[in-house]
Design a protein around this ligand. Sequence first.
Ligand code: ATP
Ligand code: MG
Length: 112
Amino acid sequence: MKRIEAMIRPAKLDEVKDALAAIGISGMTISEAKGFGRTGGKREVYRGSAYVVDFVPKVKVEIVLEDSLVEGALEAIRRSAATGKIGDGKIFVYDIAEVVRIRTGEHGKDAV
Ligand SMILES: Nc1ncnc2c1ncn2[C@@H]1O[C@H](COP(=O)(O)OP(=O)(O)OP(=O)(O)O)[C@@H](O)[C@H]1O
Ligand SMILES: [Mg+2]
């Protein structure tokens, strides 16, 4: 099992959600975040204004999924989140040690 953490443009959240729903993911967590990447935040434009500080608003999307779905999920996120401009975002993939579904007590793959 893997955890995908994608930092995306807030305006792309709906598209990313729909693209992931289409490949059959079973859950998703999102949170508001701020950050900067390799190019820094200074050259990014958000809602028409160039940011003069380093931190630019992003949405963090987290999904946990079976290994076999990872490649498709990465492609779905990349395709739906991209504009081709600086600040399109970044995707991180982590190994997941364990998952427990609280209601049923299921563990591992069955719990995802
Ligand atoms: N190395 C990193 N570590 C942690 N978070 C990062 C890292 N790189 C990017 N992020 C997060 O991802 C968001 C989007 O990054 P961003 O797309 O600006 O990356 P970039 O490397 O600057 O690429 P680009 O040239 O497309 O802007 C950042 O605002 C930050 O929240
Ligand atoms: Mg950047």
